[in-house]
Design a binder for this molecule. Sequence first.
Ligand code: CP
Ligand code: NVA
Length: 307
Amino acid sequence: MYGRDLISIADLSPQDIQRVVDTALMMKNGRSSSALRGKTLALLFEKPSLRTRVSFDVAMQQLGGHAVYLSPGEVGLGEREPVADVARVLSRYVDGIATRTFQQETVEELARWADVPVINALSDGEHPCQALADLLTIHEKKGRWRGLVLSFVGDGNNVARSLMLGSALAGIDFRIASPPGYGISTALVDKAKSLAAASGAAVVCVESPQEAVRGADVVYTDVWTSMGQEKEQAERRRAFGGYQVNAELLALASPDAIVMHDLPAHRGEEIADEVIEGSRSVVFDQAENRLHAQKAVLSLILGGEGA
Ligand code: CP
Ligand code: NVA
């Protein structure tokens, strides 16, 4: 993975994903590394963040390097200065760029012009670093990927897309329940299905949350209104009315199912308070794993070192 970009999780092979998880576990288990001594990562963010920003910053410090955070509005990506210029200038100062953008095209354009690796730290299209951390969490909690059923309830958004592709690569059966008009595009579902065919997994899209969750090993949800969609909030609340992950829905899952959410959560909307605070919720272990998974990604991409 040395020197490569990470724009979509589908940029990775199943072997790459396994290596990220093995490296993350090694680092989580206390193996210290100074693989990135003297290296600098730019964090170029167009949207707010807690987990992603802090975990990338701490990851760089723990690997012997450091991060420079550029806040939304500070750089004026594509406004104060063309994306191509920002990419070329940053490439002269830093060893890698982790970027959080609105449009998927922005992160792609940055990657096209930058001479250093570009990592997608969430775009409207995908959230690959979240999905890698989630695969790590699922492996830790369930001891395997193959044969598991992951049910995503809600919006076919950036988190859902990366999770679908990541599950397909890892061999997890992925089911998604979304209201009409809020699912994942047929083209991307077809791409996931072809990846799943190679790993022996299945990808299924339905409307009914009950149908999706029945017998699931992992029940996953995310906000109904993502960053940048705030104007659609009222309309989305109506459309997603029956899509809350609550005790009643969870009762249909496997008795030892875990509940996941990438956070931040809107309690009382996509997830009931009793569920996110309940014994099956692993959301804080999941948030912690962002750090370990990103240390692995950074070490492999910027340092060429891993398990
Ligand atoms: N899950 C996640 O990416 O959180 P932040 O938006 O706080 O980074
Ligand atoms: N789908 C959410 C994820 C936040 C981490 C968003 O894009 O706002």
